[in-house]
Design a binder for this molecule. Sequence first.
Ligand code: MV4
Length: 450
Amino acid sequence: MIDKILVANRGEIALRVIRACREMGIQSVAVHSTADANAMHVRMADESVCIGPAPSTQSYLSQPAIIAACEITGAQAIHPGYGFLSENAQFVQIVEDHDLTFIGPTAEHIRVMGDKITAKETMLALGVPCVPGSEGGVTSLEEAKRLGAEMGYPVIIKATAGGGGKGMKVAASEAEMERAFMTARAEGKSNFGNDEVYIEKYLQKPRHIEIQVFGDGKGNAVHLGERDCSLQRRHQKVFEEAPGPSISPEERARIGKICADAMANINYIGAGTIEFLYEDGEFFFIEMNTRLQVEHPVTEAIFGVDLVREQIRVAEGLPMSFTQDDLTINGHAIEVRINAEKLPNFSPCPGKITQYHAPGGLGVRMDSALYDGYSIPPYYDSLIGKLIVHGRDRPEALARLNRALGELIVDGVDTTVPLFHALLGEDDIITGDYNIHWLEKWLETNLGEA
Ligand code: MV4
């Protein structure tokens, strides 16, 4: 039995985990940097421990400080939230070496999926459809050019350790191959200490569709449909919805079963997200995230489940509280990310919140650690809240989003709220007709983004 959980995170996701703990009768321990002494997650937890100075490398990423905080407080388990240590296989190993429970997948699954070449090989072997491309790594320019000629341009060269768009280069023709290949390798080396790259056919106008999966670590796994997260800026998602406006129930059942069966096969434990590019009715696997994601609430809304509660249950060795047959979709949900950023360039805008009022009413969920008088520190990411709306169908969710955005008050800093007001007036957003390039094009046209 787990009766005390240390939450190794901050902000809205720390609150999210603390809320699940409280509903389950589990004690919670917050950890915080000196800059977060007055943060809401510290107030909401049953106990708190200061784990270091403001920079996250010396606090939220400090493995010894977090392990020590468990020992001091008697927490038996660690929930990592997203980001920070959530996909660090070495940390998971250390947690287990201290006889603590990591609430998440095994170190081995994190390692396999953290390397995109081994992730793709694994998924291909499990019957998950992948983007056509090289089998494993490509080590020479000659091999890269041979593959380019074979599959046809454009192609994309990706660093196996890449992320956030770094170490990713498109080659439109053989003439561009040398430069793209060398740059992808150099970026992989300098950003991730790994210059291994692989090659894929470049898809020109796909959607980003991700499948939520969940396993009990004992050979049982389910899927909870998809989220369409195509609206991104510089690889940062800004607007996410479930179900995907372009996905039919038949397509969902088919790709969902492929994903759930794959996860059952590897005894996957906890929450995971299998990312696909979706173009012309076809799914192509690109990556898997072995964590709870920022946008998990849209899935929770339409399925009526608490994913954090389930994570804790399976970490304790309990079964999931639902089977695939129990999971049916109810309505439509949309999440928008409220960032403390100044438009048009999305420059970070930390500072003091002089007034905060969260929207409410039917079908509205505001996940945020803000409060009146709170000072957003400049050390961490700029996400200050997530507004999630749920309606019986997509038009109702859109109307509710518009209404809830109108109720939200965040004074003292600039936020991304005006962007969402503007997007809600766009026909393509109203009809759901967008792909991964839509937002950047729109920003260029409408905000003349620098
Ligand atoms: C691609 C692609 C087109 N074709 N792979 C971007 C980050 C990484 N997660 C994968 N990415 C892409 N991989 C092939 N074969 C286009 C992207 C891409 C993208 C993907 C999802 C959401 C937004 C994106 C923005 C630019 C490029």
